[in-house]
Design a protein around this ligand. Structure first.
Ligand code: CTP
Length: 413
């Protein structure tokens, strides 16, 4: 326990309306005889002087009833009866409210069984000391820090430390979480935790593809995912996604180049870079192992198509129409990744494609072609593509020239 009070930090780092909302939420809880706490990452970030992110609340009472009482309208709440949790969408914030609980894990990889418990036990079931702190929101001690596991000293020493030796056995996704926090915050995993983490690697086999994919998605949303890739590579975690993945200097450079070229690169662009150098069969194994979503899988597959296209795109004088044929239909995130992965020459064509050539179209429409005498069917599509290519490459620049081309084509049949 500690006597530190964070009321001032709450006021300074949270927008006034959010702080007001939290006080109101605690009053609503108090009216029902319950106590309410801010928990997890928001407390860690508050102590680090960082703001932003979702708010996690823990209530020693019924989370669903509280969320429903706080919601402006019913569609603003999603509830989960099994764990007595609710997600509240309030004025642009995502606020997760959970019943304060204790957990037991029936077997590695399984979801925990839970029962209500006081805040101290709720904190004791968490992943790392820096995430196992709470701030009281209750009227009688608003702002009081509750830190039973030594989170604050670890924050000061910049250490990632599990609460107990079974932590990774309880939940192997914490292996990824530990590396993510270490790299995001510039901390170090403390030696005993590191030892447990390395011994826990086989536990990743026990978690489902969907949970593994969720961890991948979290990594891709980090400010510099390549740092997590590199550390995961060093520690042997990366190979649990796929043994052929490499987190070498090429990947470090490509990811940071991506950020220098694009403001806030999309997660799938990092994913495309991660998978850039996999061969076709490894790509499919990677997609299957993590059950990637359709869109993610397309980014990974399109990365493969881009790798194949690079030689053609590097050649001097490649025609815009050929670039269009090679790149049309590829997902934008893979194209964005190519800007960072390709040589300058090839990247130049990708940029031109994204900026101008992708939208190229003839002035004539299918209807115009019919009026000129082209019969319905595949000829229309082929001619429109042909006209677009001629627009792109230059020989045709006006509507009149397009019509003349179509007339010649009709005459030559
Ligand atoms: N938590 C845990 N074990 C997990 C996942 C979550 O103990 N496998 C706990 C941690 O206390 C964590 C909190 O639940 O702080 C909320 O989880 P999450 O929203 O995933 O993380 P945040 O700490 O909020 O971090 P981030 O900044 O990455 O959102």
């Amino acid at each position: 326990m500690t006597d530190l009070n964070l009321a001032r930090e709450l006021k300074a780092l949270l927008p006034a309306d959010a702080a007001e909302f939290l006080r109101g939420a605690a009053a609503a809880a108090a009216a029902r005889g319950w106590r309410l706490y801010l928990v997890g990452g928001a407390v860690r970030d508050l102590l680090l002087g960082r703001s932003g992110g979702d708010l996690d609340l823990s209530v020693e009472g019924d989370a669903i009833e509280l969320a429903e009482a706080l919601a402006a309208s019913p569609p603003d709440v999603n509830v989960h009866h099994r764990f007595n949790t609710a997600r509240l969408f309030w004025d642009g914030y995502v606020i997760d409210i959970a019943r304060s609980r204790q957990e037991t894990y029936p077997r590695p990889g399984a979801l925990p069984s839970t029962r209500p418990g006081p805040i101290i036990q709720d904190l004791a079931r968490r992943d790392f000391t820096i995430n196992a702190m709470a701030v009281s929101l209750n009227p009688d001690d608003f702002g009081r820090l509750i830190d039973p596991c030594g989170g604050r000293p670890d924050l000061e020493s910049k250490l990632i430390r599990v609460l107990h030796v079974r932590s990774f056995i309880d939940d192997a996704t914490r292996l990824w979480r530990g590396v993510r926090y270490e790299q995001r915050l510039g901390f170090k995993i403390e030696p005993m935790t590191l030892d447990l983490l390395q011994r826990g690697l086989p536990l990743l086999e026990t978690i489902t593809a969907d949970r593994l994919r969720y961890e991948l998605e979290c990594v891709l949303k980090e400010p510099a995912p390549e740092k997590v890739f590199r550390r995961a590579g060093e520690l042997g975690l990366l190979r649990t996604w796929h043994p052929a993945l490499r987190s070498d200097q090429w990947l470090m450079d490509a990811c940071s180049r991506l950020r220098s070229l694009v403001e806030q690169p999309p997660p799938e662009a990092y994913l495309a870079l991660l998978a850039w150098r996999l061969d076709a069969s490894h790509r499919e194994e990677f997609i299957g192992r993590l059950r990637l979503t359709k869109h993610q899988a397309r980014a990974v597959r399109d990365a493969g198509k881009l790798v194949q296209a690079e030689a053609t795109l590097t050649a001097v004088g490649t025609k815009p129409s050929l670039v269009h044929h090679l790149l049309d239909g590829l997902v934008d995130e893979a194209l964005t990744a190519a800007l960072a992965a390709f040589s300058r020459g090839a990247a130049y064509y990708v940029e031109r494609f994204q900026g101008e050539w992708r939208c190229a179209a003839p002035e004539l429409t299918g209807e115009d072609l019919k009026r000129l005498g082209v019969s319905r069917g595949p000829d229309i599509k082929r001619l429109l593509e042909d006209l677009r290519d001629r627009r792109l490459d230059g020989p045709i620049g006006t509507r009149g020239a397009e019509e003349a081309f179509v007339r010649d084509w009709l005459a030559g049949r």
